[in-house]
Design a protein around this ligand. Sequence first.
Ligand code: ZN
Length: 130
Amino acid sequence: MRANMIRRMATKLQTVRDILQQRCPRCRLGKIFPRSVFLGFPKMHERCSVCRLRFEREPGYFLGAMYISYGLALVFITGVATIFWAITHWWITKDTIWGVILFLPFAPAITYFSRVLWIYLDQTVDPDRS
Ligand SMILES: [Zn+2]
């Protein structure tokens, strides 16, 4: 029982690691991007180099990633604004504007990373068995 729980926890941690390393959700070996999305603007691979999983399944596929990106942006801006508000006690609009300004440098990485999250979510709900 306890060994089972530990094994499940280890599997979840591996999934988090694979998402952060932007690996293919099917084989967990191939990379989705040639280099990390946190280090620039990489062009996404069309298919996994190991298992040939097609990352963009259909035109408009990454529309769902936009919702994830929006949610992450909201969490980031709200978090920064809350921290600013707690420290400075400025007017909340000023805190929010600072949250948006500090978010801008992270916007590309969050946009690309949302694609990784979307691919994992989609492959979990509707795995590509081709
Ligand atoms: Zn793969």
